[in-house]
Design a binder for this molecule. Sequence first.
Ligand SMILES: Cc1ncc(COP(=O)(O)O)c(C=O)c1O
Length: 430
Amino acid sequence: MSELAINGGSPVRTKPWPAWPVHDEREVQAVTEVVRSGKWWRFAYATGVELNEDLQAQELSKVVEFSLKFARHHQARFGIAMANGTGTLEVALRALGIGPGDEVIVPAYTYVASATSVLQVNAIPIFVDVQADTYNLDPARIEEAITERTRAIMPVHFGGQPADMDGILAIAKKHGLAVVEDAAHAHGSEWRGCKVGALGDVGSFSFQASKNMTAGEGGIVLTNDQDLAEKCDSLLWAGRKKGRPWYEFHQLGWNYRMTEFQAAILLVQLERLEEQNDRRMANARYLSARLAEVEGLEPLRWDERATKHSFHIYIMRYQPEAFGGLPRSRFVEALVAEGIPAFTGYTFPVYANPMFVNKNFHGKGCPLACGHYGRDVDYAAFARSCPVAERACYQEAIWLEQRLFLAEREDMDDIVEAILKVKAGVKELA
Ligand SMILES: Cc1ncc(COP(=O)(O)O)c(C=O)c1O
């Protein structure tokens, strides 16, 4: 048996993994064109961008063109591009009229922005556990969390795998709740052959640097509802109203506008999306099949209704007993030393972050104790109702980034080889 790299042996892999973001002269040209045009911001106030609008009919701002193309690509009528994927969630919730005193159901295992967007509109995030084998919001656990205050459910298509939209949409319909899809990880993902993002009332995507399409930062809201689209566009643009004078403001709004530079890059990135997703899916499928050889390291289940999975994150579940009781952190350190850049993901379930434990939200007790809600939420108590999120964060989850899956099939073998090597050498790690 060869010596583990963490103890000075030679690593399984020294060849670099694909770099991210993928870019070439097309992105350079797209940005150069914007620089030369002198039009650096979204100059056209074209609300919501209708699916059937004739692209050739007008001089389009890159932001408007991108909004239209991304919406079309995701089978949505309207796309409203913004500065980032946190602002998109906030604006979507606000456009739905969610605010003080309202509760929104959010998965316990997600990036903090899913929940903080709810707090930004002065509403209250209520956490529900995820499924043990997909890490997506568990429909079987949603109804017990619904109260007379609940207004919306926010499924997150975690790691790129669509959440169980059959179950979630049925519960939302039964209880008259809005559905806000957090699709920050799921560009191009599909549920039963339909792209995510406009399966519910409104969906949100991020184009932050790690995402499967990126301009460094950026976000977009998708919806099929014209009224919601117009509200979102007004909210991101300081409260202006389409067709009204420029310096006339109708509601509290923000500046969450995307720049022309971002949109120009994203137009090119969109052209790469499907080919990259196909490659990720093929490599992920192959890796999962090979991991069947490794007892104690199980990939998340790929739901057959998730007809496309962007594999923004490939997640394996670690069982220390199968590795002689080796703690996950030590296993991951050894894997990294072998040339596999794995990591353990979120430090805490969202509710266990100091912000939630200390209720360090808005001032003066808002949104919990300042009048409209009038009750308390013990965020630490979600530890009891969210055992899967607890296990995922503290013991089980091991993440691999999407860029690794842009490599070749034989590169996946390096991942398996490194895992088997570390497994065989656990005694050296004690
Ligand atoms: C699940 C999820 N939602 C929302 C966001 C927020 O996106 P952004 O970073 O563009 O604000 C992210 C970003 O990491 C995310 O992972």
